[in-house]
Each structure stands twice: as C-alpha cells, then as structure tokens.
Design a protein around this ligand. Structure first.
Ligand code: PLP
Length: 354
C-alpha cells in the first residue's frame, strides 16, 4: 500500500534517507555505536556535523562570511533570539506581515524591541505578498519567505538598506536562493531539511558584533558560531538526519528538485483552476510551490473530501486550524505520483463519488 503524506510538518522524508538511517541505526559505519549513543564531542560525530555544514554551504553557496548554526528550539525560538541578538542598535525592527508566522514572530519581537509593520496584506486575507519599494532605518527587516499557512511566497527578496532576515522554514532548499541578498536565514528542519529538533540559522558574521553579553549564553549567536554549534549538546540525531537529507539533495541535484517542485505545484494549481468545485484564492504571482491551500467553500464538503482522500491513502490534507479547508504540502520528498494520485481523487470527488 502506498500512502501519500501531504503533512505541512513534520513532513515526509525521502525514502532513501529513511532506509539509510534504518540500515545505520544500530551500528554507524562499523563504529559499534548508534548515532543516538555517540558523544557530540567525538571525532566521529564531529565528522557528521562538519559534513552537514559543508553540504549546506555547497547547496546554498554560503560564503565564509556567514556562520552556519545548528540549534534547538525550532524556528519559534528564533522569533525571540533574533531581536535579543540583533535589535541592539536602534532597538527597532521592521516587519512585512504576510500571515500567521509573521504575526507570531512580531509578537515575540515586541517583548524585546519596537516593532514597526512596514507593509501587511492582513486586510486582504493575506492573499498576496506586499510589494515595495520599502525603506527602513531599523536594526533589520524581517520577512517570512514562504507562508506555510496561507500558501504565499516571495519570488525575489525585497531590497532594503538594512540587514534582511528571512524565515525560510517551509521552503529552504526547495529552490535556489540568492544568499547574498540576505543577512540571516533560519529554518526549523522538519519540513525540507530533516526531522524535528534541529533549527538552522545562517548569519552574516559582521552581525555577530551586535550580540550583547547581557543575554543567556545559549541565546547568543556569537557563542554558537565560535563553538561551531557545540557550546552544549546539539540535537545529535536530528543533525545526522539532516546530513542524510542534504546528501540526498546533493545526489538528486537542487536544480532537478526545484524544477520538479515547480512542475508538481503547477499540476495542482492547474487542476484547482480548472475545477468548478475547488478554489485557491492566492494571487497567482505569489503562489507557494510548497504549501497549496484549497477549498470547496463549504465546510461539510471539505470534510467529506478529506474523508474521501484519507480512505484512498492521501493523508494529512487538512488545512491549518486557523484557515480550514485543505492544504497540500508538496515538499521536496513528495513524488510526482503523490500529486497525480491527489488529482485523480479530486476529479472523482468532483464527479460525485463519496
Ligand atoms: N515559521 C514558519 C514559516 C513555519 O512554517 C513554522 C512551522 O510550521 C514555524 C515558523 C515554526 O516552526 P517550529 O515549529 O520549528 O518552531
């Protein structure tokens, strides 16, 4: 039985990654130990951490002028760490508000800094990404690159004269990004990068001078950078899983993965747009390739569709509880067969099958 899992996160992993982890679980490379049992300071674990960092640097073309940090606490902890580390000059942060995750990031930032909303699409149901030009004199501008709940995405980074910080939790490594347009990128690993427990923060080294010594040690980017993410025990197994996912992306090729993501998203949007039953309300130019919300417009019909889909092994298609309807998350590990199966089921449902 093949089950296709459309979960927004934690999300489906590439099958070769799971098989590799399974084969190495009890004995990693004839070391007689599981990765679960290794000291984070042992040379063998250090080689895993280093390989993950180098692979991420290659895949994202990250220059030496940026540090790569492997942390815990999810993207959510970054909502609080970012202002404490970086809003230390003017004490002001600009935000572009594009949905639920921007709102959460702002709510935490307000505890540490003055938050200013440069632009927002809230009054329009977050159906689009506000367009610039923007000017900012704040300590940084924060954006949410791919809006997991609303199904929107930036196509290009906004240009501003202050550091640009982007939450890329739901789109990292689904497409190439112009790394030098950003000063900080951060993502929880559990969608495109691996499993829950690991958070990746990519930060320009020159920003590390801003970090105050008045915040707790674990909260300080400069300490993690200096200690190569080994200040304390990192989430060792999650880091190992990310290394396996990065290996898989390198073997498959980021360009090939990005092209497949574009084509799979196109297949689904086309089906929705041609359907008389299903709708997606996002402005076409800002449509996400990772998270695709759709609805029949009727709560009971949406529930019937979700039930019908689950009975045909298409799972985790419910929209976020704040939005309702359906949402298909098409992260890197979703095979084209999964999208084809979804289109087939949508068609049968529209023909009246229940
Ligand atoms: N930001 C975005 C864009 C997300 O999609 C999510 C989770 O879905 C988060 C932040 C929160 O991430 P975490 O659960 O890792 O704290």
């Amino acid at each position: 039985m093949t089950v296709y899992n459309f979960s927004a996160g934690p999300a489906v992993l590439p099958a070769p990654v799971l098989l590799k982890a399974q084969s190495e679980l009890l004995d990693y490379e004839n070391s007689g130990q599981s990765v679960l049992e290794m000291s984070h300071r042992s040379p063998i674990f250090e080689s895993i951490r280093e390989a993950a960092e180098q692979s991420l640097r290659r895949l994202m073309s990250i220059p030496d002028s940026y540090s790569v940090l492997f942390l815990q606490g999810g993207a959510t902890l970054q909502f609080a760490m970012l202002p404490q580390n970086l809003a230390t000059k003017t004490g002001r942060i600009d935000f572009i508000d594009t949905g639920g995750w921007s709102t959460k990031a702002m709510a935490d930032a307000k505890r540490y800094a003055t938050v200013n909303v440069l632009a927002s699409s809230a009054d329009h149901g977050y159906r689009f990404i506000p367009e610039g030009p923007f000017t900012s004199t704040a300590d940084y501008l924060h954006i949410t690159w791919n809006n997991t709940l609303e199904g929107t995405t930036y196509q290009t980074p906004p240009h501003v004269d202050v550091p640009l910080v982007a939450d890329v939790s739901s789109s990292i490594l689904s497409e190439p990004l112009p790394i030098e347009s950003f000063d900080v990128l951060y993502a929880g690993a559990q969608k495109n990068l691996g499993v829950a427990g690991l958070t990746v923060v990519i930060v320009k080294n020159e920003l590390l001078d801003r970090v105050p010594d008045t915040i707790g040690a674990y909260l300080r980017y400069d300490i993690h950078a200096k200690q190569r993410s080994l200040y304390n025990t990192p989430p060792t197994f999650s880091l190992y899983m990310t290394k396996l996912v990065l290996d898989w992306i390198e073997e498959t090729g980021l360009e090939a993965i990005a092209a497949r993501n574009v084509s799979q998203a196109h297949m689904l949007y086309e089906a929705i747009d041609q359907s008389d039953l299903f709708h997606n309300h996002v402005a076409v130019k800002d449509r996400s390739r990772m998270n695709i919300p759709f609805s029949t417009g009727s709560e009971s019909e949406d529930a019937a569709f979700l039930n019908f889909a689950a009975r045909h092994d298409l799972i985790n298609l419910a929209g976020h509880r704040s939005i309702g309807g359906m949402r298909a998350s098409l992260y890197n590990a979703m095979p084209t067969e999964g999208v084809t199966a979804l289109l087939h089921i949508m068609h049968r449902f529209e023909q009246g099958e229940r």
